[in-house]
Design a protein around this ligand. Structure first.
Ligand code: R5P
Length: 225
């Protein structure tokens, strides 16, 4: 818990007065949101764009003013967690089901910062199953297509029923452990009409905040690797 708090809170240092901030989803970025809430109470002037209903509620409770898409010109920085981060700073996201809104916001942000405890840092993506968001209509057909790619889709369940995302869609958790070309897979999956988006975030993160072996907070910058 302390590791998540340390990396999560560090990300708040990247937020400056006047910024529009994409607020990610999950138990690590939770600490960023709490820290930002505290800074807002001390006078920081920001607007948040939440990536999920859960984060929207959390941000409201923390006292962070929220923006509407129609009222903003740009997202200055997006901060989010990840399920896996590889040595290229590519990610698997969506363990909490928020991948679609997270990807829309990360893509639009001028800077995308990822907060990840050492446990999330891997050589190669794929020990974690890749979440793929699929529209319920014809989900069986889409599942078949994903299976034909060799990714063994498993429908995510919640209380015995298909789990529904904030967008009303299903998630298939897929085995990509054998995949060498993740960028290619990201694109291939999205070509099936029933697939809305998948949790591969390739070439998107600018900075990853984690801990080194001595448990010091480290910033891994894509441009200085
Ligand atoms: O859908 C959820 C998100 O992609 C999260 O960023 C990811 O699952 C990491 O969450 P946590 O920080 O709770 O491990």
């Amino acid at each position: 818990m302390d590791e998540k708090k340390r990396v999560g809170e560090k990300a708040a240092d990247f937020v400056e007065d006047g910024m529009v901030v994409g607020l990610g989803t999950g138990s690590t970025v939770y600490y960023t949101i709490m820290k930002l809430g505290q800074r807002v109470k001390e006078g920081l002037n920001i607007q948040g764009i939440p990536t999920s209903v859960q984060t929207e509620e959390l941000a409201k409770k923390a006292g962070i003013p929220l923006a509407n898409f129609k009222d903003i010109e740009q997202i200055d920085v997006a901060i989010d967690g990840a399920d896996e981060v590889d040595t290229n700073l590519d990610l698997i996201k969506g363990g909490g089901g928020a991948l679609l809104r997270e990807k829309i916001i990360a893509k639009a942000a001028k800077k995308f910062i990822v907060v990840a405890t050492p446990f999330k840092m891997v050589e190669k993506l794929g020990a974690f199953r890749l979440p793929v968001e699929v529209v319920p209509f014809g989900a069986e057909l889409t599942e078949k297509h994903i299976r034909e790619l060799g990714n063994d889709p498993i429908l995510r369940l919640f209380e015995g029923k298909p789990y529904k995302t904030d967008n009303g869609n299903y998630i298939f958790d897929c085995d990509i452990s054998h995949t060498l070309h993740t960028k290619e897979l990201e694109e291939k999956l999205n070509m099936f009409p029933g697939v809305v988006e998948n949790g591969l975030f390739i070439n998107m993160s600018d900075i990853v905040i984690s801990l080194d072996q001595e448990k010091n907070v480290v910033l891994i910058d894509r441009n200085h690797k």
